[in-house]
Write a protein that binds this ligand. Structure first.
Ligand SMILES: C[S@@+](CC[C@H](N)C(=O)[O-])C[C@H]1O[C@@H](n2cnc3c(N)ncnc32)[C@H](O)[C@@H]1O
Length: 250
């Protein structure tokens, strides 16, 4: 872990969690309800600016066992929103033969929501060992890639999935804009890419601000994929708005 990351994580972990400096250092905290501040802080440990990918993986591994309780339904609704979007686009009798890749799968919340709706061919891509170990327990995933997306090559074959979904995998230090190229590469022509993320990240995450959406639009203009929908939704996480991007690969 880098010295900077270590000091940031120590301050976020420390007993004096509400110290003025730490509180105001957390971007987006102003609108969070008092009862959600501890959960926001736990989440922020993984989204703190300046962390390296290995630091983020360590933070997720530390958090893995309590992740689901911290980001419980109501406080975090992204997985259910994504599953609803996918289910709305795949007829019920086809769901068992649709290959889905859950990118940045975490503890498997998205896969579990998809399984509830009749999807049975679900793979996962998740780089954190601690999170990935919990995917085994869900019983809903077949193949599991322990890899990053967008940080160099990955081993997911070309044109493999009918649906590729990312929920909460975009944020500070997480999947970079360059990851979009791989999303398109691994999705079958005609397949869907669904990305659900926090809306405000488009404004204050430097790697995405004026970059993520313009790049998505550029690829639409180039004919790599077609924009199917872009919608802002309430109460994605911590009562904040989310954004759902849906593209069809051409
Ligand atoms: C907030 S969690 C979301 C997990 C799950 N999708 C959910 O909705 O509960 C973000 C996940 O992104 C993963 N992640 C971070 N950077 C990544 C990258 N470059 N490629 C793939 N996954 C990444 C983390 O390991 C973590 O499990």
């Amino acid at each position: 872990m880098t010295p900077h990351a270590d000091s940031v994580l120590r301050r976020l972990q420390g007993p004096c969690t509400q110290s003025v400096l730490t509180y105001y250092e957390m971007k987006g905290i102003e609108t969070v309800r008092p009862e959600d501040v501890d959960a926001y802080k736990a989440n922020y440990r993984c989204f703190t600016p300046g962390l390296q990918a290995t630091d983020i993986m360590d933070a997720y591994t530390d958090w893995a066992q309590t992740y689901d309780a911290t980001l419980c339904a109501g406080r975090y609704n992204g997985p259910e929103m994504a599953a609803e979007e996918i289910a709305a686009r795949v007829e019920e009798h086809h769901r068992h033969c649709v290959r889905v890749l859950d990118v940045a799968a975490g503890t498997g919340k998205v896969g579990k929501e998809l399984a509830k709706r009749g999807f049975t061919m679900i793979d996962a891509l998740e780089p954190s060992e601690g999170m990935r170990n919990l995917l085994e327990d869900t019983g809903v995933y077949s193949y599991k890639y322990t890899e990053f997306l967008g940080l160099g090559e990955n081993s997911v074959p070309d044109d493999t999935y009918d649906v590729v979904v990312i929920v909460g995998g975009m944020g500070e230090g997480h999947i970079p804009v360059s990851g979009i190229d791989d999303l398109i590469r691994i999705t079958k022509p005609g397949g869907l890419v669904i990305n659900v993320m926090r809306l405000e990240y488009l404004d204050y995450v430097e790697a995405y601000k004026d970059k993520l959406e313009p790049y998505m639009d550029l690829l639409h203009q180039k004919g790599w994929w077609q924009k199917v929908d872009r919608k802002v939704v309430p109460n994605y996480a911590f009562d904040k708005e989310g954004i759902i991007f849906i593209h069809r690969v051409l």
